[in-house]
Write a protein that binds this ligand. Structure first.
Ligand SMILES: [Zn+2]
Length: 150
C-alpha cells in the first residue's frame, strides 16, 4: 500500500435521484475515515446535503453509512483505541492540565491566566491529537489509511 496507489477520490450515488457525485481530497479523506464525525454529504444532482444512509458507493453499491460502521468495526484494535472517546477525553484532560500549567508559569501565577491556558489547552490538544497525531500514527505504525477502505 504505497502512497502512489492511495486513492484520492471515489464516486457515490444518491438513492433518491440516481445522480453520481465524485468526492475528492479532504472531503474524500473525511468520508472514508469512520472515526471522523461526518453526518451527511453533498449530491451534485440535488445541489444539497443529505444523510450518509441516503447514498451508496457507486463501485460497490454499499450504503455509505453502513460501510463506515463496518470500517470502524474492522479497524485494528489499536486504531480503535486511539480513536475511542476515552482517548479523546484523555487528551481533553491532558490539554487542560498542560494549558493550565503553561498559563500558570507564563503569566505571573494569576488564576485567570491558568484558567485561560486550561481552556485553550483543552481545545487545542484534542484538535491536534485527532486531526494530526492519530491519523499519522495509524498510517505509519499500523499502515491503516482509511482512504484504502472499501
Ligand atoms: Zn440527489
Amino acid at each position: 500500500m504505497s502512497d502512489l496507489h492511495t486513492p484520492n477520490s471515489r464516486a457515490y450515488t444518491h438513492n433518491a435521484c440516481g445522480n453520481t457525485t465524485v468526492v475528492t481530497d479532504e472531503h474524500f479523506t473525511a468520508i472514508c475515515d469512520p472515526f471522523r464525525l461526518v453526518t451527511g454529504t453533498f449530491c451534485v444532482g440535488c445541489e444539497s446535503h443529505f444523510p450518509l444512509k441516503d447514498f451508496v458507493w457507486a463501485d460497490t453499491g454499499e450504503v455509505i453509512a453502513d460501510a463506515r460502521e463496518r470500517w470502524a468495526r474492522e479497524a485494528p484494535p489499536a486504531v480503535r483505541t486511539l480513536n475511542s472517546s476515552l482517548g479523546c477525553w484523555l487528551t481533553l484532560a491532558l490539554g487542560a492540565a498542560a494549558g493550565a500549567a503553561v498559563g500558570w508559569f507564563a503569566v505571573a501565577q494569576t488564576g485567570k491566566a491558568a484558567g485561560i491556558g486550561a481552556a485553550v489547552g483543552a481545545v487545542a490538544l484534542p484538535i491536534v491529537w485527532l486531526g494530526f497525531v492519530v491519523p499519522a500514527v495509524t498510517k505509519s505504525v499500523y499502515n491503516w489509511d482509511p482512504r484504502h477502505l472499501k
